[in-house]
Ligand binder design. Structure first.
Ligand code: HEC
Length: 161
């Protein structure tokens, strides 16, 4: 399969790379919302990176480190306090754009989505209080944060394949 397509690429040469360019343009390039979509996905990646550090400690995959835990929780708190309105413009949903997983339902339920964001900020604030106070305190406070992320994804993010 791979071998065959490699041969096809060689034989078809320019034609194939033109076709690939068209596919790329349809899914990624040049849409009016690309910058906003990238920005919010980057925001989400920063959530995931910082929560990953804390999750690793909580489940014993990495050593508990009070300073690092405090810093990661503070980052989550800063992130959850940012005003995100600018990078969720109407029309930037997954129905009209191939490069986003944000369901149109989010824009139909902006108040609820806002509440879910506030629920995350609240859980993160409790985590921030606890993260530096030992492994057990961290373990006790991280669950609600993960649940707050998941609650919003379940409602407003396209299920991952
Ligand atoms: C208020 C809703 C909401 C909350 C809260 C939320 N997310 Fe998301 N998340 C989304 C949506 C919607 C998307 C899809 C964004 C897109 O593709 O444009 C997403 C996408 C992501 C992605 C994929 C980003 C990418 O590169 O495509 C990651 C990772 C992620 N979220 C992690 C998290 C973590 C970790 C938390 C909690 C600390 C969290 N999210 C909290 C709504 C939320």
């Amino acid at each position: 399969m791979f071998g065959k397509s490699a041969i096809a690429a060689t034989v078809l040469g320019v034609g194939l790379s033109l076709a690939a360019g068209v596919v790329l343009a349809a899914s990624h390039g040049g849409g009016p919302f690309d910058a906003a979509i990238k920005a919010r996905q980057a925001h989400m990646q920063l959530y995931a990176y910082n929560l990953g550090i804390l999750g690793g400690m909580a489940k014993g995959a990495r050593e508990y480190d009070a300073g690092l835990a405090t810093a990661a929780a503070a980052n989550l708190a800063a992130l959850s306090g940012l005003n995100q309105a600018g990078y969720w413009p109407p029309g930037s949903d997954s129905f009209d754009n191939d490069n986003t997983a944000a369901l149109p339902a989010l824009w139909d339920n902006l108040e609820d989505a806002g509440r879910k964001g506030a629920a995350l900020a609240e859980a993160v604030s409790a985590l921030q209080e606890a993260a530096g106070n030992g492994l057990q305190a961290l373990q006790g406070a991280i669950g609600p944060v993960g649940q707050a992320c998941a609650a919003c994804h379940k409602a407003y993010r396209k299920p991952q394949q």
